[in-house]
Write a protein that binds this ligand. Structure first.
Ligand code: PLP
Length: 382
């Protein structure tokens, strides 16, 4: 056996040789869309803070007031003494907003997925995941011990075939997908997924991390029939930190009794809960704000001649890892922060720039980015 340090060095060298080593770069936020990174000021097209509420004075003020009233941390698991009153208020607000009976707030969206799926599914069960479903849904599915199969991205025929072939051999069945796909920006066919789940006696879970605050007037993903398990995060359009499940009252009661990531983890800090609650109030009342991220993304796709954006996320597929990294570095020289996304976050050969749009971007910002990207793409092709 190699020493643990040699193991780490060799593993990193291998990843580096394939252009897959990752590095953290400190970034100091200047406002909703500008940050200082590597000694320069950059206009960010990489943030998930779609409504820029993380910087809103009302949201910041609510977080500060919550610290003064309740302290910096929750001090214990919610099931011990960490269930401060802001969590109940936030859950009521989320449930009302999502049209569900009840809600449960978690320490993060990752923890919500990692806790909810294993609380509902076990060894005798079947989980069918969209192949592009977020890593946290995969993690929850694996932890459950159920058989996990994936269906081709947004392909309801493939899902229907899997259900016909495999459903009958299992006790319970869960279908899981994302409302807005985090690296592709496209939408799941939620109505069809809901129809298939009813037809084949399966439960449907939709993770709407990137839909809330952006699509359907800010309400996020919805179906004609109800979606029984609505997962989301407080960390994107709500500008705070934390995750949630909205569902029926009995399901939420079961989750609060059984989800290990809730029971064995400290409650969400008061400041995060208060910030999310203040952000939810703004999101609910300011329809002009909520329209902006999608309108901005659509201006960009028009300027670039790309298919019309369906969400605030626009992928520009490059293919090769190193070319995607080089393009991102070139745009940084031009003053824009646009993240390059590589495997294993996306399938091999589909490395891309992931461009995200916020409410605070102005038309001129978007025209300048499109111009710079077109010049850099031409230089790369030459
Ligand atoms: C970001 C994201 C998560 C994780 O949420 P956090 O609150 O950041 O942990 C889960 N699911 C999807 C689809 C996401 O995009």
């Amino acid at each position: 056996m190699p020493s643990i340090d040699d193991f780490a060095r060799e593993k990193l060298a291998g990843l580096d040789a394939r252009g897959l080593k990752r590095a953290l770069v400190p970034a100091r936020r200047m406002d909703g869309i500008r940050l200082a990174r590597g000694g320069r000021a950059l206009l960010s097209f990489s943030c998930n803070d779609y409504l820029n509420l993380s910087q809103d004075p009302r949201v910041r003020g609510a977080a500060k007031a919550a610290i003064d009233a309740h302290g910096a941390g929750a001090c214990a698991s919610r099931l011990v003494t960490g269930d401060h009153p802001l969590l109940g208020a936030l859950e009521d607000g989320l449930a009302a907003f999502k049209g569900a009976q009840a809600a449960c707030v978690f320490g993060s969206g990752f923890l919500a997925n990692a806790g909810v799926v294993p609380a509902l599914m076990g060894k005798a069960d079947l989980i069918l995941l969209d192949e592009l479903a977020h890593a946290s849904i995969w993690s929850g599915a694996r932890l459950s011990g159920a058989l996990v199969l994936n269906f081709r991205h947004n392909d309801t025929d493939d899902l229907a075939a899997l259900l016909r072939a495999r459903r009958a051999a299992h006790a319970r069945c869960l279908i899981a997908s994302e409302g807005v796909f985090s690296m592709d920006g496209d939408l799941a066919p939620v109505d069809e997924l809901a129809g298939l789940s009813r037809a084949h006696d399966a439960w449907l879970m939709i993770d709407d991390a990137h839909g809330l605050g952006v699509i359907n007037g800010g309400r996020g993903a919805r179906a004609k029939g109800a979606v029984p398990l609505q997962i989301g995060t407080l960390s994107k359009a709500l500008g705070s930190y934390g995750g949630y499940l909205c569902a029926s009252a009995p399901v939420i009661d079961l989750i609060k009794t059984r989800a290990r990531t809730l029971i064995y983890s400290t409650g969400l800090p008061p400041a995060s809960a208060a910030a999310a609650l203040a952000a939810l109030e703004i999101l609910t009342s300011d329809s002009a704000l909520v329209e902006k991220p999608l309108a901005n993304a659509r201006l960009f796709t028009r300027l670039m001649g790309l298919p019309e954006a369906a969400s605030a996320i626009v992928p520009v597929i490059i293919g090769d890892e190193r070319r995607a990294m080089a393009l991102s570095a070139a745009l940084e020289e031009d003053g824009f922060l646009v993240g390059a996304i590589r495997p294993p976050t996306v399938p091999a050969g589909t490395s891309r720039l992931r461009v995200t749009f916020c409410a605070a971007h102005e038309e001129d910002d978007i025209r300048r980015l499109a111009g710079a990207l077109q010049r850099r793409l031409q230089a790369l092709a030459a």
